[in-house]
Design a protein around this ligand. Structure first.
Ligand code: ADP
Ligand code: GLC
Length: 487
């Protein structure tokens, strides 16, 4: 089967979050399963620079901005064939791909990502060397217009077009723009209506993806249920509930080539569930690197996260006293909300031997944190899937998570019954409230006080396998359904 993935990020070329990890791993897993999966990406500087064996495929006339558009073909470092859209006026901007240095979304984002959707539809029609995908798989709002353009092309040509699948990685980001932007998208006027792109009088890119795609997916079974409700549907719960029969929850996986403590070159020492000794070396190396007190027995909590409302890290800040009272230590790696950044910076300044904060994005340090910590904190308000708790499990860094979305689907609490039957893998709290978070922290300390049990739970956590072969096969099944529906 031939599949074109369309997305804005792809590890290791460009990453702001888990979307990049998924796009960097899923197509490769599908190729390993025998499918011809390829990727289409916008030509942001990191993506242009990281494309290997690049050669131009063709030139398109100017669209959504001045200057010609060149489509390049090459491959990703993992061998997956990739197409990259070179449109310097829209994409040649360093830093965050969505926003300027002041964190303001670029004013022309509707045109930047309309181009991604339109070129996706053109590639789906055979523009690139006559390679004709059977499925166009869009990821998040950035790719939302691809199925809309494909529908438009089919209306004009009358030809059969590929089936479409759209995955929601985070419903909170929707790509909503003023109605006046619609005129710049070059879509038929009939598409700007409730059964189309229109969303409360504005243009919604994610709604286009949800409305025009044959099959929908999101990144965990729990989140698939949650987003059909008014509470978590971000205004699209009704539409999603109406499409419940075509909406699947496919859990993300862990890319073993990147995230395996036995082979991870970023770690001070390798280890795995059968030979865990290296983890203690990783911990002391991390403490030394961060200037934390060299205490092998201190419970070391880690956070690797975008610092946004979603991630619930105000619970960590407000709960810091209780978190550290038991003799623990905390490391935070992240960037985002200035208030959270300032809060963590102040905390670290007050207790440099107990709290270390690194503001920014640092892939290698994130690996050392999962390698060296005891507990990974992920207290999210909502979490479509979450990858850091999966990395925590794999690295024996027990996840402490709120029971929501993909966190609920992947971590089992250290309740007495789970401990008794050997299924416990971390700490799970229910309500987004300080008392519930603090109680989970106390459970972590209680388990840590029993080293034999701690090692048992850590071993169970590390034995969990969230590989990509299962999800890759689930998506292939979804494509078959999409093809059947499109006919
Ligand atoms: P989200 O996509 O919502 O940010 P995920 O848990 O799915 O959350 O994925 C986050 C990804 O980004 C993980 O690979 C995580 O390790 C990484 N990450 C987040 N913040 C940083 C950072 N400051 N430095 C390095 N990696 C980070
Ligand atoms: C989004 C979600 C996160 C998910 C990631 C990859 O960024 O916030 O929960 O793991 O996408 O699907």
């Amino acid at each position: 089967m031939k599949i074109l993935h369309v997305a804005a990020e792809c590890f290791p070329l460009l990453k702001t979050g888990g979307l990049a990890d998924v796009v960097g791993a899923l197509p490769a897993a599908q190729r390993a399963a025998g499918a011809d999966a390829r990727v289409l990406l916008p030509g942001f500087p990191g993506i242009r620079a990281g494309l290997l064996d690049a050669r131009p495929v063709g030139t398109l006339p100017p669209k959504f901005g001045p200057g010609p558009i060149v489509l390049w073909q090459g491959r990703l470092p993992n061998g997956v064939p990739a197409y990259v859209i070179d449109a310097p006026m829209l994409y040649a901007r360093d830093g965050n791909p969505y926003a300027d240095a002041q964190q303001q979304p670029y004013a022309d984002n509707h045109r930047r990502f309309a181009l991604l959707g339109r070129v996706a539809a053109q590639v789906a029609e055979g523009f690139a060397d006559d390679w004709l995908p059977e499925v166009l798989h869009g990821h998040d709002w950035h790719a939302g217009l691809a199925p809309a353009y494909l529908r438009q092309f089919a209306m004009v040509s009358g030809r059969e077009v590929p089936a479409t699948v759209f995955t929601v990685h985070n419903l909170a980001y929707q790509g909503v723009f003023p109605a006046a932007c619609f005129g710049e998208l070059d879509l038929p006027p009939g598409f700007m209506q409730m059964n189309g792109l229109e969303f409360h009088g504005q243009v919604s890119f994610i709604k286009a993806g949800l409305y025009y795609s044959d099959q929908l997916a999101t990144v965990s079974p729990s989140y698939a249920r949650e987003i059909q409700t008014a509470e978590h549907g971000c205004g699209l719960g009704g539409l999603l509930a109406g499409r419940a029969k075509t909406l699947s929850g496919v859990l993300n996986g862990v890319d073993e080539a990147q995230w395996n403590p036995a082979t991870d070159a970023a770690l001070a020492a390798p280890y795995d569930e059968d030979k865990p000794a290296g983890k203690a070396r990783c911990k002391s190396a991390l403490q030394a690197e961060l200037g934390l007190a060299a205490e092998p027995g201190a419970l070391l909590f880690g956070v690797v996260s975008r610092l946004t409302e979603q991630k619930g890290l105000n619970l960590v800040l407000a709960g810091a006293e209780a978190l550290l009272a038991g003799g623990g230590q905390l490391v935070v790696l992240g960037s985002g909300d200035p208030a959270l950044e300032a809060g963590f910076r102040t905390l670290a300044a007050a207790m440099p031997e107990r709290v270390a904060v690194r503001l920014g994005f640092d892939e290698a340090l994130s690996h050392r944190i999962f390698g060296g910590c005891d507990v990974a904190l992920v207290p999210s308000r909502f979490e479509p899937c979450g990858l850091t708790q999966l990395y925590g499990l794999r690295y024996g860094t027990l996840p402490l998570v709120r029971r929501t979305g993909g966190l609920a689907d992947t971590v089992a609490d250290c309740s007495l019954e789970n401990l008794a039957d050997g299924t416990a893998t971390g700490f799970v709290f229910e309500r987004f409230e300080q008392a519930d978070f603090d109680a989970a922290v106390r459970r972590a300390y209680a388990l840590h006080a029993d080293p034999v049990r701690w090692r048992e739970v850590r071993r169970s956590a590390m034995r969990q396998r969230f590989g990509w072969d299962g999800p890759a096969a689930q998506y292939l099944e979804l494509y078959r359904k999409a093809i059947a529906r499109a006919r």
